[in-house]
Design a protein around this ligand. Structure first.
Ligand code: AMP
Length: 471
């Protein structure tokens, strides 16, 4: 017997519908020199229609790739929505990569249009003559930085269009966005998100036992928008109706980030540990309290114990999460359960946490692939599956990363407690085997970073005549 419910498409258009119909007065605030740029979701959605028309006029059609090379700003959010909702694919380029890597990535993705922040044009100049698929370069300018000849002006393109555009019907399984993971030794690999995966990932982020973004939140993501969907924040804010505050190119500047958080009364922030290391130092010195912030999502690498303690002392609660570009990125999140009390609670907060609703995981023996017990002791390669986990890479790269029974091999080494709490102990690439025994480089790094004079540490394995490998 077939279920008789509507097969409503899980596409980003629904988030757009909510932004326009329910939360039109909510703001997107972007840092810029002088005063912040501000506009409402209503104004945002009007500009999206102009953007869609402009891209269509440039020849962008269903499935075509529109690359972005940009900081965290409102126009980048426009591309996050406008490109997939017109049926094309938004491909965020990592501005920290070398020109060689970017060239490889753009060729592999077959990008047709490149939209770039004017401050990042020096990167594009290095790529001149090396982007054969790119037909148009569109520049997002700033006052006093004109658009070079031969390139198009983003604002002029939008200004030339009307406000009306009928969003096409898009298959929920079609590609919405792309992001490359930059391997250290191999070529970068393209992760391709679908409308459906982004929709469901957004729903995952809104769960109260997850990040739990809500309408009353003001969200300040200090996560680059070129990295893993900006941890899904732009879509989650749209779905929930939360106010967005974007630090643009000041992302790495802790004083500006803290000023934005205070001035705009941020309630949720997100970023990697390095960001909070600089921030906590400033807060300790100044005695400033960010009393509106209820949650600071932190992942990308393990949170050192001392950082979490220091953040607790200045009144900022770090919520540890684990994920990957290939997992959209949310995989696990460390919100302690009701039974995690006392020292247990802190231990869980420091771990990578429990799988998000929608994500299943297991650990596998690195050599045999046999599933290992969840006893908090055995560790093996972490494998995940779920509707926002990669089923493969663009152009079939690295096909061996997905097991025959459909689990994605993360390359992370973890143990799992009986109640499902994940502790990442290492990565398969980095693992140090000393005298036949595994040594966790992460644990060593954390121990070293617990020293008050050490800010960051990295532990690597070196060949050793007796032990085979030593850290
Ligand atoms: P990326 O695809 O660049 O986001 O990198 C994903 C990788 O970062 C994971 O496979 C982990 O190795 C690492 N990572 C992410 N979050 C954490 C975390 N909370 N703790 C430890 N490692 C992490």
């Amino acid at each position: 017997m077939k279920g008789l419910m509507q097969d409503f498409p899980l596409t980003l258009h629904h988030i757009l519908w909510r932004m326009e119909r329910l939360f039109g007065a909510k703001e997107i605030v972007t840092w810029q020199p002088g005063a912040c740029h501000r506009y409402t979701f209503a104004e945002f959605t009007v500009r999206l229609r102009r953007l869609a028309r402009a891209l269509q006029r440039l020849g962008v059609g269903p499935g075509d790739r529109v690359a972005t090379l940009a900081w965290n700003g409102y126009r980048h959010v426009e591309l996050y929505y406008g490109v997939p909702c017109m049926g094309a694919v938004v491909h965020t380029l990592n501005l920290r990569l070398t020109a060689d890597h970017l060239e490889y990535i753009m060729r592999d993705a077959g990008d047709q249009v490149l939209v770039v922040d004017v401050s990042l044009l020096p990167i594009v100049r290095q790529l001149e003559g090396r982007m054969p698929s790119v037909q148009h370069v569109v520049v997002m300018d700033e006052p006093g930085s004109p658009v070079p000849a031969g390139m198009l002006d983003y604002e002029a393109l939008l200004a030339a269009e009307s406000d009306t555009f009928d969003w096409p019907t898009v298959d929920e399984r079609s590609a919405a966005a792309m992001c490359y993971t930059s391997g250290t030794t191999e070529n970068p690999k393209g992760v391709v998100y679908s409308h459906r995966s982004n929709f469901l990932h957004t729903m995952g982020l809104l769960q109260v036992d997850s990040v739990g973004m809500r309408e009353s939140d003001t969200v300040l993501p200090v996560v680059p928008m070129f990295h893993a969907n900006c941890w899904g924040m732009p879509y989650a804010c749209g779905m929930a109706g939360a106010r967005m505050v974007l630090p643009h190119r000041q992302m790495g500047d802790a004083p500006t980030v803290l000023k934005l958080a205070a001035d705009e009364r941020a309630t949720v922030m997100a970023g990697v540990p390095t960001i909070w290391m600089s921030a906590v130092e400033l807060l300790e010195k100044s005695g400033q309290v960010l009393s509106d912030v209820r949650s600071v999502l932190c992942g990308g690498s393990a949170i050192p114990r001392r950082l979490m303690e220091r953040m607790d002392r200045v009144g900022l609660r770090l919520v540890h999460a684990w994920g990957m570009t290939e997992t959209s990125p949310m995989g696990t999140l460390a919100n302690p359960r009701s039974w995690h009390v006392g020292e247990d609670e802190f231990k869980v907060r420091l771990s990578q946490g429990m799988p998000s609703p929608g994500v299943e995981l297991r650990i596998a023996h690195p050599e045999t692939g046999v599933a290992l017990p969840w006893d908090g002791v055995a560790f093996g390669e972490l494998e995940v599956r779920g509707p926002w986990v990669a089923a493969g890479y663009h152009n079939d790269a690295d096909a061996g990363r997905v097991t025959a029974d459909g689990w994605f091999r993360t390359g992370d080494v973890a143990s799992i407690s009986p109640d499902g709490c994940v502790s990442i102990v290492d990565r398969t690439k980095d693992v140090i085997k000393s005298g036949g025994e595994w040594i966790s480089s992460v644990e060593l790094e954390n121990a070293i970073m617990a020293h008050p004079k050490v800010l960051e540490a990295a532990v690597v394995g070196l060949p050793h005549p007796r032990w085979m490998e030593r850290p």
